[in-house]
Design a protein around this ligand. Structure first.
Ligand code: ADP
Ligand code: 5GP
Length: 216
């Protein structure tokens, strides 16, 4: 029952024209760094802020990086069908708000979301014309050194994230783009190119919209 309500709600905007970029990749790969960069350079961007039960890190703000909620509130949102998708990642829950996507589409914005590899698959089911970028480092040692240098997680959590990285890599071939984030300037240029190319993608819903405006 809940599934069918969610399906109906999620499909509500999927026949309208949309530009969606899904970003995934192991923790420490540089997803936040590169999406923050995009937030400055693409004026029409709408970053989908997820809801999470993870504790807030130093420097993070409620409503900027995430909506930080208790487990009880997260479960309530599940019951209310408020998520387009949600997953348990590294022991915490993370969910993409349905309203966020709908608001972004209705306002003709370029939607960017950062979700895990399973979240990517769910979103692609609802929005098949969405394009995805898998971001990672050139090797595992670089990933580990970035997580250590970031100093936001304990050694135990870092080890867990490194183990999960190996799992996540198995799903990388389902992504449209692969970005090995080595030199940061090159990566910024690459993500900007990808974003601009997604904005210009043609698909049926965009064409229908255009024909309507032409009165055809
Ligand atoms: P994620 O969001 O994927 O977990 P972050 O964007 O937080 O990763 O990046 C992890 C750490 O690596 C941060 O401290 C960030 O400043 C650093 N970083 C990101 N990209 C690069 C890069 N190309 N070279 C060196 N350090 C980087
Ligand atoms: P972090 O705790 O480092 O911010 O994020 C951990 C992981 O959760 C990352 O892989 C990130 O992509 C994923 N994540 C963040 N938000 C969501 C979401 O709404 N849904 C899903 N499925 N994964 C998410």
């Amino acid at each position: 029952m809940l599934d069918s309500i969610l399906n109906e709600k999620a499909h509500y905007c999927s026949n309208l024209p949309y530009n969606i970029m899904i970003i995934s990749g192991p923790s420490g790969a540089g997803k936040s760094t590169l999406t923050n960069f995009l937030r400055y350079y693409i004026s029409n961007i709408y970053f989908s802020i997820s809801t999470t039960t993870r504790s807030m890190r130093e420097g993070e703000l409620h409503g900027r990086e995430y909506f930080f909620v208790s487990k009880e509130d997260f479960y309530r949102d599940i019951e209310l069908g408020n998520f387009l998708e949600y997953e348990q990642v590294h022991d915490n829950f993370y969910g993409t708000g349905l309203c966020q996507f709908q608001e972004g589409i209705l306002n003709n914005r370029f939607i960017v979301c950062d979700v895990d590899v399973r979240g990517h698959n769910s979103i692609k089911k609802f929005y098949p014309n969405a394009k995805s970028v898998f971001i990672t480092t050139k090797d595992l040692a670089t990933l580990e050194s970035r997580l250590l240098k970031r100093q936001t997680d304990s050694k135990h959590i870092i080890q867990k994230r490194i183990r999960n990285a190996l799992d996540e890599l198995k799903y990388a071939d389902a992504f449209d783009y692969l970005l090995i984030n080595d030199n940061i300037e090159d990566s910024k240029e690459a993500i900007l190119h990808i974003a601009k190319s997604i904005i210009l993608l043609n698909h049926a819903s965009k064409m229908q919209d255009l024909l309507m405006k032409y009165g055809v």
